[in-house]
Design a protein. Structure first.
Length: 473
């Protein structure tokens, strides 16, 4: 062990030097002052021993402790019985331990030095651990401050523990306004009042809703405005306490671009549907009328081709009906002034006719969106969910229902099929991905559950606050 002996009395320094040499110490002897302080930068000392009591020695101790690394040194002071009254002065100078009447008893001195070595090793080890911890915390704070993603840490009760600068910019709160409060202040209703239930359910059942899974949710800023965000949550256990870290990214611009891409796609779909209805449909209607007149004339003349022409007329008529049906499927909402209600009634009729199932509507509301394409997205989700229930779930019954209150609108598509497998979210089914994609574009939350009947339930939730929809009478 490297030891520094500091003092004025030569006899004391000599005795300590002999004792440390017997214990195989590497040591340096010096008087208290600048030279001794400089030695701390040149050699790796763990133990400092004041060989005698003096004002210069006490000043030296204070100067050691004032250094940036001053807490790593173990300082022992040698005092005599007449100096016991100076113990408080030694404590004030931040001396760790003292030796009383041990200097002239070789056995007692050896024991005291043994304790000093142990304390020095423990203290230096603790200092290194604390230093690494401080460095780690500094790196973590630096990452939290500079990362472009919002990072929030909460405990088991949902209380916010950390709130970085990016989170401040995203949610428009200062960290002091959020830390110590429940994280649900950053959520709109109904998720705000349901959040604590999610945490409690996870603790009781071990079934995570979003732990370890990235998910798109809705956030709420200080001014009450809402926005779509991507949330990834991880769990860590610190000293027996669960902490949850959420990394959040604002995806408003991403949603806007996706909306624009799909708007263009829906516009093209609308154009094709309109061309089928107004172009091809009108032409086929005209051909049907011409053929009908020809067939009537040939029949009056008892021409042998009259029946063939009549068959052609019927085929063209079927083609006309098929083209108009395709047109209605391409633009199911815009063609009808009654909007979503009529389109869904037509959907259920087609499903019963094409799939031979029972498809029912319950409390269907006539929803109106500021952006007309959003209504089409809603229809397409219901259409895809109904089709999937039959094709993949083997359902014989599908029920489409709506519920609304002051905070939200919920659309459910329930079936009695085989439901979704447990790992459905890891499978890359195109239909589900498109439904989720459409739900995101209209600002809705998309969920899939297996119901009590064994089938699947698809839930689309639209929040009343900040959502561009209204319900028409």
């Amino acid at each position: 062990m490297n030891t520094l002996i500091v003092g004025k009395k030569e006899e004391s320094k000599t005795i300590l030097s002999d004792a440390l040499q017997r214990r195989n110490h590497t040591f340096v002897v010096n008087e208290p002052g600048k030279d001794a302080l400089d030695l701390l930068d040149q050699k790796h000392f763990s133990l400092i021993i004041l060989s005698d009591y003096s004002e210069e020695g006490l000043a030296f101790c204070r100067q050691v402790r004032a250094r940036s690394n001053g807490r790593k040194f173990t300082i022992y002071a040698v005092i005599t019985a007449s100096q016991v009254d100076q113990l408080y002065t030694l404590l004030d100078a931040d001396v760790d331990q003292y030796m009383l009447e041990s200097l002239f008893d070789e056995q007692r001195l050896d024991v005291r030095l043994s304790f000093a070595e142990k304390l020095a090793r423990n203290k230096e080890g603790q200092y290194l651990i604390e230093q690494k911890l401080r460095e780690s915390e500094a790196r973590a704070r630096s990452i939290l401050k500079t990362t472009v993603d919002a990072i929030i840490t909460i405990d088991e009760q949902g209380t916010v523990k950390t709130f970085n600068r990016a989170a401040e910019e995203l949610f428009k709160y200062n960290s002091s306004e959020v830390i110590g409060k429940n994280v649900h202040v950053l959520m709109p209703q109904p998720y705000r009042r349901e959040h604590d239930g999610y945490i409690e359910n996870y603790h009781n059942s071990g079934n995570p809703k979003i732990i370890g899974i990235g998910r798109e949710v809705t956030g709420k800023r200080k001014d009450g405005s809402t926005f779509p965000m991507y949330l990834a949550v991880s769990e860590v256990n610190v000293n027996g306490q669960r902490l949850y870290t959420g990394i959040i990214r604002d995806i408003t611009e991403q949603r806007r671009l996706e909306q624009e891409v799909l708007r263009i796609s829906e516009h093209e779909r609308h154009r094709i549907g309109q061309d089928l209805h107004d172009g091809l449909g009108q032409m086929l209607t005209g051909i049907t009328l011409i053929n009908k007149n020809i067939a009537s004339t040939l029949k009056e003349e008892n021409h042998p081709l009259a029946d063939d022409v009549n068959d052609i007329t019927n085929l063209v008529k079927e083609a006309d009906e098929y083209a108009r049906s395709l047109s209605r499927n391409l633009i199911p909402v815009e063609l009808d002034s009654s909007g979503l209600v009529t389109a869904l009634h037509r959907l259920t009729q087609n499903a019963e006719r094409l799939f031979s199932i029972q498809c029912t509507l319950h409390n269907v509301l006539n929803i109106h969106f500021d952006d007309p394409t959003s209504l089409t997205h809603m229809y397409r989700i219901v259409q895809e969910a109904t089709s999937n229930a039959v094709k993949h779930g083997g359902a014989s019954k599908v029920n489409i229902s709506m519920e609304t209150d002051e905070t939200k609108l919920v659309v459910k598509i329930e079936d009695n099929g085989t439901g979704f497998p447990k790992n459905w979210d890891k499978q890359k089914g195109l239909g589900v991905r498109i439904m989720k994609f459409r739900a995101r574009l209209i600002g809705a939350n998309f969920e899939i559950e297996n119901n009590k009947k064994g089938g699947a339930t698809i839930i689309i939730t639209l929040l009343s606050v900040g959502s561009p929809y209204k319900i028409l009478n």
